[in-house]
Design a protein around this ligand. Structure first.
Ligand SMILES: [Zn+2]
Ligand SMILES: [Zn+2]
Length: 262
């Protein structure tokens, strides 16, 4: 147990917003912008879909019992802990098969800046508005006495390993798995080809894309971005930052490709 840390309490921990009929965006405002990821809930006729599950700092399902009820499949766009910290709360967990080991054997995770790799800590400092390195990756606690230094990720083995082209059928909407390696080997998107709704994970969002992590591959990323653009999504719900219009997707994706071919 670490020393108690003085920080404001944020309760409820999450915020939610319905962004389209049956599609709800859940996020964790008190997580540092470097890690603050999106959780997407899609209401289906026969079952619901959750895309990514946030940091796992505070219980997700009990925060919104009306949302997380009944039959739900949780799909993980990839295995980084800002997306999988809450994975253990779901009984049915899907990811691309190449990413499954990252859920059953989670990476080291921390909320303490001093415990981060030096490059990560330096990036945090560079982005801090006042130039002061934030001591933690959260600016509030979910409840008084929360042990920030005790943060870990619970193993959450994948029950439904999926491959490119596999489908997740909600009854009235069908999502197809699109394997888009590069950020990680098993990064995958989901697309509803009828509506053009695309969940991109960390392959595309409005921010600096990470293709130089130890588990990344730039050549794969470039090929995946070309494929993503060819999907011609009408709207993209990304792993970080707000939803992207068709034009946003083309602009941001093209900018990445230009940067990497330049
Ligand atoms: Zn990631
Ligand atoms: Zn991420």
């Amino acid at each position: 147990m670490g020393k108690p840390v003085e920080m404001p309490i944020r309760d409820p921990w999450f915020e939610r917003r319905e962004v389209a009929p049956g599609i709800t965006w859940v996020l964790e405002p008190s997580v540092n912008g470097f890690l603050r990821s999106n959780i997407w809930h899609v209401r289906g006729r026969d079952r619901d879909l959750v895309v990514d599950a946030g940091m796992g700092i505070s219980p997700l399902r009990s925060a919104y019992p009306d949302l997380f009820k009944g039959d739900v499949l949780a799909f993980f766009t990839h295995g980084h802990y800002d997306h999988t910290g809450g994975a253990h709360e779901f009984e049915r967990r899907a990811s691309h098969v190449a990413e499954a080991v990252m859920l059953s054997e989670p990476e080291e995770a921390t909320l303490v800046t001093a415990d981060l790799p030096q490059s990560f800590a330096a990036a945090l400092t560079a982005e801090a508005p006042d130039g002061v390195t934030p001591p933690f990756l959260v600016d509030a606690l979910p409840y008084a006495g929360y042990d920030v230094s005790g943060y870990t990720i619970a193993p959450a083995p994948v029950t439904d390993p999926l491959a490119d082209g596999d489908v997740i059928d909600l009854g009235d909407r069908v999502f197809e798995v699109v394997h888009l390696p590069g950020h990680t080997p098993g990064s995958a998107a989901l697309i509803d080809r009828d509506s053009g709704v695309l969940f991109t994970g960390d392959v595309l969002y409005d921010g600096e894309l990470l293709d130089e992590l130890p588990e990344s591959n730039i050549d794969d990323y470039v090929a995946s971005m070309q494929r993503l653009l060819s999907l011609d999504a009408a709207i993209a719900y990304a792993g970080h930052e707000p939803p992207l219009s068709r034009d946003d997707v083309q602009r941001l994706g093209s900018a990445y490709l230009a940067q990497r071919s330049g």
